[in-house]
Design a protein around this ligand. Sequence first.
Ligand SMILES: Nc1ncnc2c1ncn2[C@@H]1O[C@H](COP(=O)(O)OP(=O)(O)OP(=O)(O)O)[C@@H](O)[C@H]1O
Length: 578
Amino acid sequence: EDVIEALVEFMKKLVPGSMQNIPNWGWNATSDPCLNNWHGVTCDTGNKTVKNIVLEQLNLSGTVDFESVCKETNLLLLSLKYNNLSGSLPQEISNCKQLKLLYLNGNKFSGNLPDSLHDLTNLVRIDISNNELSGNLPDMSRNTGLSTFLAQNNRFTGELPNFNYRLLEDFDVSNNDLTGQIPDDTGKFGARSFAGNPRLCGKVLPNACPVGKKKKKRSHDFLIYSGYAVLALIVLVLVAILFLKKKAKHEDNEFSSDSYTKKGFKSTKDSSFSSESKTGHTRSEFSITSAENGGVSASLVVLSSPVEAVNGMRFEDLLRAPAELIGRGKHGSLYKVLPSGGGVPLVVKRIKDWEISRVEFKKRMQRIDQVKHPKVLPLVAYYCSKQEKLLVYEFQQNGSLSKLLHGSQNGQIFDWGSRLNIASNMAEALAFMHKELKDDGIAHGNIKSSNILLTKDMDSCVSEYGLMVVDNGSQNSNAFNVDVYGFGVVLLELVTGKAVQSNGVDLAKWVNSVVKEEWTGEVFDKALVVEGANEERMVALLQIALKCINDSPGMDQVATMIASLKEEEERSMASSGP
Ligand SMILES: Nc1ncnc2c1ncn2[C@@H]1O[C@H](COP(=O)(O)OP(=O)(O)OP(=O)(O)O)[C@@H](O)[C@H]1O
């Protein structure tokens, strides 16, 4: 009832005047928003809780009662764009804790933005553009899941705060009255994102910054950094004391029984660390906290590794190394870490919410390590405590297949032959892993183009094998089918050049429907058509992709089909060659 009352209150304020002014949208206290389909409301699948409110372009001219709506609901999406709403955005907006998408653009909101926006830690997109908002922009560097921040055409003043520019995909603060220097040293966003702020300066703007201007900020940063350093030092000393105490009590018998070269670090009750990136210009933080219940010890297990710098590495080395957050996916965060003793950069994947016992986890990682394939990125080390699971891999400087296909290509040509090569290598690697790990029930679990990486020689390899346990009831074989499906989608990306989800359209569904309508020619990546890639073989690869998606063939069968396609391609190249 409280929810209904709050929602009715919210609607009353959106439409000023008497209740009669509210159009017949079903929003009344005697009905149910989920069961009676209130206009603009979407609920969860059980029709119990309101998840989305979308009231766009409806000429609403009142104010927004964030207090009521955020207190009583767990909204994921609130979109009120293109109305005539006014008033300010209150601190209480942060009670909408689950909010992922907030669209308030195209209204007449005014006043300062509340600082509490940085407490919306689930926020992915916020669009407050085209309003009359003023004052400083809040510091949103802690909203690490944020990918879109649009605040253009307002009256914001003051300096631009720090954002996680590396993680942002869309950013626009143009046409405000911002001052000072652009802190985005990544250069990722061009002049367009910052234009129309005459007192803003930076590399991408015609307005270069006067030399020496950054000093004040530096000394301020220095204070913050030294604070972090002192904190980290205290924690490290505590960890060391606890570690020594524990060590005296326990013998490390974890690493004696098998054939790997392993060295473990035992960390005791609490360990935490914070460091800052030396590579990135923007400040980034890395912190691993492990608070073990009941003082059970945890270890970093370093597997025998071709990576020199890693052999002998300890957990504390990992913690001490400069690190930079480079990704925050559905399943956890990814950090790039530079080992302190020099050597190759590493990535640390920190998995959240994986309900797996430590024994199971360890068994699984060791099993994966036993099955080696040259095109599967080997695990370098792993760490497992009750709350924390960390996996260490070697950093691959050439990025992922996803970036190659959908990122700015910097003039790189990604031709048909290379695509077929990647398809064939990845199919073969997965077929091998599936065969070897069938009995253990360990599939990859998360096949997608961002998990196919390009090595320094531009060779492809699949990363993060076995990090996701696909929850598919009792039939383990399903996990392998999920891989085949994921691989099918990767093949579609290779053939179409399109991303898995573009403009809300699911790639597999789109290709399936286009092929059904017999417009197959429409789906191919224009770059491949221009290059003159053989259409017959493109159709053949497309069909293999659709087979993976619709019929769940075995990975070995898929690998065989792609291998013969590749052979055909090579034969034809040889016969048409000079
Ligand atoms: N070893 C690595 N070297 C270089 N880049 C990597 C490495 N591992 C992952 N990446 C890249 O870092 C980015 C973030 O990776 P991350 O695994 O966090 O995200 P994701 O694959 O999109 O999501 P998920 O959590 O579902 O795996 C991706 O673009 C990925 O391609």
